[in-house]
Design a protein around this ligand. Structure first.
Ligand SMILES: [Zn+2]
Length: 450
């Protein structure tokens, strides 16, 4: 095939200029539906990312074609799986109800089923699910996300737990002299958590040990990730939370001791995830990772050479959608603090999806087809309308859109011809929130076809 034109790179974002950038992609969102996996990959790459963490809410639903398309394009793909429960129950086997965490006053938060890490059957099942998926698809690594026990802010939370039989048995195994769970309801009880401090401290230690033991078993145990999938990188997760006495509070409230996790599990990477009381702040400053210094330092001390990543949220709520400027600022700040990188949840939740007009990031001209790679997904009706394109010589016969990519079938086009694009808009129907109008190209854009 004759290559007439080289790739033209437009706009302010040179491709490949941001080496080592990572982003979370959750393919369950409508933004990623009804388009080719290649267009998803091209959009992520064109926006300067060379690594993705793919949310895998159930192993049977993993899109193998998407994983392969990323891997083929040189984008490292991490399988992001949740370790303290499931968003989707479709893969759970008969009898799974016995694995549920028993929480203090309420059932699980809506949409998530918490499963207990002390339940041996749950552990065996999860280990099998994860290793089978890693063997089946070309993942570069695995993110063992959210191993914590519920919940912020500790025993006052209605979701605090777990009080299941497996936890009681394990608590008694670790502390044979412990008479029972601490009492969290009756101040007159001899085992009330605020007065029987010895029992409560054992309980906190037991909870932390539960998380560490679970992750160690999943990674290093019999039939675990290291044994079954030795080439796959492992990332353990814990939380950062901007509160006084952060390390103690994370241990007490969420059973997390990052140093203990990395010391025992020996992951390849450790991730400090932004806890929800921080990421929901609408005015969160991009220098906020400095507040996680106690956690960062504890990991650094336990494992001096391990890469530490920061996970942040860029738009799960409408009040806290972060723009590209904020994203670059938090990445720069994290780098300054010694982090190996940042990854954001989730690509299409960022403010740019609500505020930035379509822009051509790359184009190519081969045979009788012009390929235009845009920064975001386009409104298909307008992008397919040939009247939105004109050529200084030759004509546009047909336009086809695939997510963020437009293919123009052209004829009579020679070297030096100029393509003018105008009036395209993005596709607001694919956003999580529908509170803002479509973003329209403010003025025509000209592309010289060389
Ligand atoms: Zn339990």
């Amino acid at each position: 095939m004759r290559l007439i034109a080289a790739m033209i790179i437009l706009a302010m974002v040179p491709l490949g200029a941001f080496g080592g950038r990572s982003i979370t992609v959750d393919p369950a969102y409508p933004y990623y539906k009804d388009r080719s996996v290649e267009s998803v990959v091209e959009e992520i790459k064109a926006n300067g990312y060379d690594e993705v963490r793919l949310c895998c809410v159930n192993e049977s639903g993993i899109d193998g074609k998407l994983v392969k398309a990323f891997a083929d394009a040189g984008v490292r793909v991490w399988m992001l799986t949740f370790t303290n429960g499931v968003y989707s129950r479709v893969d759970l086997p008969k009898g799974w109800e016995a694995w549920r965490m028993k929480l203090r006053k309420k059932p699980d938060p809506a949409g998530f089923t918490m499963l207990c890490p002390n339940n041996r059957d749950y552990r065996a099942w999860k280990k099998q699910q994860v290793t089978a998926a890693l063997q089946k698809y070309p993942f570069y690594g695995i993110d063992l996300a959210e191993p914590q026990m519920p919940a912020y802010p500790g025993p006052e939370s209605e979701y605090y737990g777990c009080f299941c039989d497996a936890c009681l048995a394990e608590f008694k195994r670790l502390y044979p002299d412990a008479p029972c769970f601490p009492d969290f309801d009756d101040p007159k009880s001899p085992h009330y958590w605020k007065t029987d401090k010895e029992l409560y401290e054992k309980w906190v230690g037991f909870r932390v040990a539960s998380v560490v033991n679970w992750l160690d078993d999943l990674v290093n145990g019999e039939g675990g990730i290291r044994e079954k999938c030795p080439g796959v990188k492992v990332a353990t997760w814990s939380l950062g939370l901007d509160v006084p006495d952060q390390l103690a509070k994370l241990r007490e409230w969420q059973a997390l001791d990052a140093a203990a996790i990395v010391r025992r599990v020996k992951p390849d990477v450790h991730v400090i995830q932004t806890d929800w009381p921080d990421w929901i702040k609408d005015n969160l400053k991009p220098d906020y990772p400095s507040a996680y210094k106690p956690v960062f330092d504890s990991v650094r001390q336990a494992a001096p050479s391990i890469p530490i990543l920061l996970q942040t949220d860029i738009g799960s709520k409408p009040n806290m959608r972060r723009d590209n400027q904020w994203i670059k600022a938090v990445e720069a700040e994290a780098k300054k603090l010694g982090y190996a990188g940042v990854f954001h949840y989730e690509y299409h939740l960022g403010d740019y999806i609500y505020s930035e007009p379509p822009a051509v990031l790359a184009s190519s001209f081969q045979s009788d087809t012009i390929k235009l790679v845009f920064n975001k997904r386009l409104d298909p009706a307008q992008a397919c309308n040939v009247s939105n394109y004109s050529l200084s010589s030759g004509r546009v016969d047909f336009a086809r859109v695939d997510g963020n990519i437009v293919y123009l079938s052209v004829s009579g086009v020679g070297r030096g011809s100029v393509l003018t694009i105008s009036g395209l808009s993005d596709d607001p129907s694919r956003r999580l929130y529908h509170d803002k109008p479509a973003c329209v190209m403010p003025e025509p854009v000209e592309i010289a076809l060389e």
